[in-house]
Design a protein around this ligand. Structure first.
Ligand SMILES: Nc1ncnc2c1ncn2[C@@H]1O[C@H](COP(=O)(O)OP(=O)(O)OP(=O)(O)O)[C@@H](O)[C@H]1O
Ligand SMILES: [Mg+2]
Length: 350
């Protein structure tokens, strides 16, 4: 898809909030040009599907206005086990052009949907040990989900120049910010409000991805139930702001209990990776998304997985001009992981 223009910004449309990031290339590195977060009312996006496109368009327009965005081109990211299939497959060695011709046919057996209902893309990862075979990363995204997001973005007056996948945005974010640790499997884990993305990278290449339909919304929900609170108050409480006579300590007790399902799911996904690759090990977790900001959630995840858990620093190698509020930018940085990865794309990328 080529829509012209040289710049774009990354637009991460989450079910809880929209994150926008734009980067400027500078002396071989990057500088932050835009970082904005706009909260969404609950239930606009359910199971990755846009339920209320009118209000989502409004929120996007509000974001553009609030952040004085003049760039039209955006890169959006899609996720979810129900609409995005990412698989590493093994194929007979062939040229990229040749695979371009046959990818739909090759993909058919790996995609649990009608092949006519998905857009298929691929990346050749390199030769395998077995002679004549090569590793290919296959990506299939349901056309109806692409259309939903593309039309909302267009209605907001923006141009969807690139449609990416959250898991790959995470690995692009990782690539520019972290040194490659040779031979080690690094688990990039993004815990959002309703989705967990796992992307394991090794030597800078994605080797395994898995999305689960679980997230931090369960934490706010259990606060709501326990203390009979409206959603907004539970959200506040979850951020450590007091609400309606509920103390931080009692709230934290309920929150910790709600963490259990989430950390168990992340641990399961990592186990699944170990199982799928037989003897591979994971050396550490880099945690992003709302989960990274929940009090002691990283600790709970470290305990459950037995792995070192570090917070994602998507701006680690990005210089931040003075006009940005440093404390706010650094504190909310883990929320920007996907948006930074999206912002790294070029308008003429495939
Ligand atoms: N400062 C904070 N402290 C604690 N939790 C926070 C903070 N800021 C946001 N959150 C929580 O993080 C969650 C949102 O995380 P995130 O932005 O990663 O989700 P999302 O991308 O909107 O959702 P998804 O990708 O799952 O659709 C919300 O549940 C929100 O309450
Ligand atoms: Mg998200």
């Amino acid at each position: 898809m080529f829509f012209g223009g040289r710049t774009l910004f990354g637009l991460d449309i989450g079910s809880s909030c929209i994150k926008a990031v734009q980067l400027k290339e500078k002396r071989g590195g990057y500088e932050l040009d835009l970082f904005e977060i706009v909260q969404l009312p609950p239930e606009l996006i359910v199971d990755g599907s846009i339920i209320d496109s009118i209000r989502l368009v409004e929120a996007l327009k509000q974001l553009v206005k609030k952040a004085h965005i003049r760039t039209k081109n955006v890169a959006i990211g899609l996720a979810g086990h129900a609409s995005v299939i990412i698989k590493r497959i093994s194929l007979p060695e062939m040229a990229e052009e040749e695979l371009q011709e046959s990818i739909k046919f090759e993909a058919e057996q790996y995609v649990p949907f009608d092949i006519e209902d998905v857009n298929v893309d691929f990346q050749i990862l390199g030769p395998k040990e077995e002679p004549g075979q090569m590793d290919v990363m296959l990506v299939a995204v349901k056309k109806d989900i692409i259309n939903e997001y593309v039309s909302v973005v267009k209605e907001a007056g923006l141009t969807p120049a690139v449609v990416d996948v959250d898991a790959f945005a995470l690995s692009n974010m990782h690539e520019i910010n972290y040194e490659i640790e040779s031979g080690k499997n690094i688990a990039l884990v993004n815990v959002g409000a309703h989705t967990i993305n796992l992307n394991v990278v090794k030597n800078g290449v994605s080797v395994f991805t898995r999305d689960s339909a679980l997230g931090t919304s369960g934490v706010a929900e259990s606060l709501q139930k326990e203390f009979h609170l409206p959603y907004e108050s539970a959200e506040k409480l979850q951020r450590g702001e007091g609400a309606e006579g509920v103390g931080a300590a009692e709230a934290f007790e309920v929150m910790s209990r709600a963490y259990e399902d989430i950390v168990a799911e992340v641990a399961r996904s990592i186990e699944y990776f170990h199982g799928a690759t037989l003897h591979e090990e994971t050396s550490k977790v880099i945690l992003s998304g709302g989960g990274a900001l929940l009090k002691d959630f990283p600790k709970a995840l470290a305990k459950k997985t037995g792995l070192v858990v570090g917070l994602a620093e998507p701006f680690r190698n990005i210089s931040i001009p003075r006009r940005f509020d440093r404390t706010y930018t650094e504190e909310s940085a883990p929320l920007a992981a996907v948006a930074v990865g999206l912002a790294l794309r070029r308008p003429d990328d495939r």
